[in-house]
Design a protein around this ligand. Structure first.
Ligand code: NAG
Length: 205
């Protein structure tokens, strides 16, 4: 099984190496791997896979920011041998719509009413004065992994782990996110997932 997944990952890697470069990479990313490391993308394999899965991520501008969101998601997924997510400009557009709503209050609020989530959604808030980046949000969510018990398919008592289980949810194939600096200087970030994860009673993988 591991071998099969490894094979699949290397196939994806080869595919990414063969893929034509993104039409309009930001100058900082044009240097390829070396540029990627300077930007903090330390894992070249996950970086290459994410670039290949980020085909539409320049559609609404902010290519580097989209790639950063995607890279950190795929770092977590590939460590679990889950297939990488692809960037979705449609989900990004939805996330941007919601982030724009939060600019004025920076409230840590979901875009869907409780129990009526049409998409998966992870949200993050960082206070004014911090240069909160996409990697900060994804690492924060993924850190909940220590509180998830696969055997019980439950979080440790009093803990949250749904952000983590959404990130590694096997049936989820695409993600789109947005980051906004709020009027008070805080930062709000939101990611949407499709198909949505965290189906009640189901295990993530
Ligand atoms: C890159 O990330 C993958 C997935 O998380 C991991 O399996 C691999 O060991 C990492 N490689 C390096 C060089 O850190």
């Amino acid at each position: 099984m591991r071998l099969l997944v490894a094979l699949l990952v290397s196939t994806l890697l080869i595919h990414s190496l063969l893929a034509t470069p993104h039409p309009s990479p930001s100058p900082a990313l044009a240097g390829g791997r070396r540029g990627s490391e300077a930007l903090g993308f330390k894992n070249a394999t996950v970086y290459d896979i994410s670039v290949a899965k980020c085909a539409g991520c320049g559609a609404l501008g902010a290519w580097a920011e989209s790639l950063e969101f995607l890279y950190y998601h795929n770092l977590v997924r590939l460590a679990r041998w889950e297939l990488p997510l692809a960037w979705s400009p449609q989900l990004q557009q939805y996330a941007r719509w919601w982030a724009a709503q939060r600019r004025a209050d920076c409230a840590l609020r979901h875009s869907f009413p409780e129990g009526q989530f049409a998409l998966g959604e992870n949200i993050f808030w960082g206070g004014a004065g911090g240069a909160w980046r996409p990697g900060d949000a994804v690492k924060d969510w993924a850190a909940e992994g220590v509180d998830y018990s696969y055997a019980a398919n439950a979080c440790a008592p009093g803990r949250q782990c749904g952000h983590y289980t959404q990130i590694v949810w096997r049936g989820t194939t695409s993600v789109g996110c947005a980051r906004v600096v709020c009027d008070d200087g805080g930062v709000f970030m939101t990611c949407n997932y499709y198909p949505p994860g965290n189906a009640v009673g189901e295990r993530p993988y």
